[in-house]
Write a protein that binds this ligand. Structure first.
Ligand code: 5GP
Length: 115
């Protein structure tokens, strides 16, 4: 069994984290190093490494994460002006934490293409 991810440790209260929302399937955490005025992470409790390893049995969970992202954007006041949901996957995707998470970024004009 691989070591629990930093996000699992936060979920289990082993290390601190600012949790904005939680339900049976996921938590929403304030990013510790925000890249925009609002930067949240929607994280499944299930320790899926990333979208690159999710399977068809995760379909409902993946949909739930997006719906939670949408609700949190509204709750945090960034929905009207627009925001971005990002999933980094693997090395070239720039993924640092091997536990699936959706970044929800907003509160400023975001640039495209990403670096
Ligand atoms: P990734 O690069 O894997 O897509 O994104 C990982 C994100 O997790 C980064 O934005 C990083 O700032 C955030 N992060 C890493 N460690 C912690 C932590 O201990 N607490 C919180 N709240 N966020 C973290």
């Amino acid at each position: 069994m691989s070591e629990a991810s930093i996000f699992t440790k936060i979920m289990e209260g082993e290390i601190p984290g600012e949790i904005l929302f939680q339900d049976d399937d996921c938590i929403v955490l304030k990013d510790i190093s925000p890249q925009a005025p609002t930067h949240m992470l929607v994280i499944p409790r299930k320790p899926i490494v990333g979208v690159q390893t999710a399977s068809s049995e995760d379909e409902q969970l993946l949909g739930h994460l997006l719906v939670v992202a949408q609700r949190m954007a509204a709750q945090e006041g960034i929905a009207n002006d627009g925001y971005r949901c990002v999933i980094n996957a693997g090395v070239n995707g720039g993924q640092q934490v091997p536990h699936l998470h959706i970044h929800v970024l907003g509160g400023r004009q975001l640039q495209w293409p990403p670096g």
